[in-house]
Write a protein that binds this ligand. Structure first.
Ligand code: AMP
Length: 256
């Protein structure tokens, strides 16, 4: 496995690999089983697997959320190597946002509802960094988790709207045995907070918006809504102490 920190380096490393298929798994690090399921799928389906490792400041609102985001690059690189990643792209912020940066991608409607309403600018940051990663890596397939269902919807829209030649693969949410969706932010929960956080998957498992709202009463809830995605999902965001958690369940097909 090779780690590249500049755009020039990763482009050069990819050049001899372009005759085969290239899979890209964008991540912000602090890898867990959710990330690993994307990496394994990419490994099974593509000749070359690229993982990006970049905590994207543009998609964070609150400065404390960005500064407190868990980081452990050494562990991430070891896990990536174990999972069969060929190339890691881990640029410093200045490589992705050079001085004077002022070009943004805004998926105007889908990026403004639900998460977008509570985190203004979040999906603008996501879409912009993903488009930049797509133009740098030029993957045939890009892998994303349905844990972030709105992100998948926004990126699918961007890919269609801008006629990008990329196949987006969306994979199911990976959960802990107790039902909590794996998330890098779970590391911030204390034991009592984690116990309270379990109300989120339990509420969503009802697949009923009103029942879910009842089960979340007493928690600091940003929203519980049926999201008009393909397929529709019941999505919610709650704050447990200083940690904000999101989760969703698909409303069509078998319960996961
Ligand atoms: P992040 O590092 O949080 O930006 O996540 C990188 C990718 O992993 C995104 O496509 C996420 O949707 C996906 N992901 C995060 N958590 C999970 C999970 N529990 N199950 C499946 N995919 C996930």
């Amino acid at each position: 496995m090779r780690t590249c920190c500049t755009i020039e380096e990763i482009r050069f490393a990819l050049e001899p690999r372009r005759s085969g298929t290239i899979g890209l798994v964008p991540t912000m690090g602090a890898l867990h089983g959710g990330h690993l399921s994307l990496l394994r799928a990419a490994r099974a389906e593509c000749d070359t697997v690229v993982m990006s490792l970049f905590v994207n400041p543009a998609q964070f609102g609150e400065p404390a959320d960005l500064s407190g985001y868990p980081r452990d690059e050494e562990r991430d690189l070891a896990l990536a190597a174990e999972t069969g990643v060929d190339l890691v792209f881990a640029p410093p912020v200045g490589e992705m946002y050079p001085p004077g940066f002022q070009t943004w991608v805004d998926v105007t409607e889908l990026g403004g509802i639900l998460e977008g309403a509570f985190r203004p600018g979040h999906f603008r940051g996501v879409a912009t960094v993903c488009l930049k990663l797509f133009t740098i890596v030029r993957p045939d397939v890009a892998y994303f988790g349905l844990k972030d269902a709105q992100q998948v919807e926004v990126l699918r829209r961007m890919i269609r709207d801008l006629a990008l030649e990329i196949d987006l693969r969306a994979l199911p949410t990976v959960r802990d045995a107790d039902g909590l969706a794996l998330s890098s932010r779970n590391a911030r929960l204390g034991p009592a907070e984690r116990e309270r956080a379990l109300a989120l998957p339990r509420a969503l498992a009802t697949r009923d918006r009103d029942r879910a709202r009842e089960l979340l009463e007493g928690l600091d809830v940003d929203y519980v809504e049926v999201a008009p995605f393909d397929p529709p999902v019941l999505a919610a965001a709650v704050r447990i102490g200083s940690t904000r958690l999101i989760d969703n369940v698909p409303l069509e097909g078998d319960a996961p």
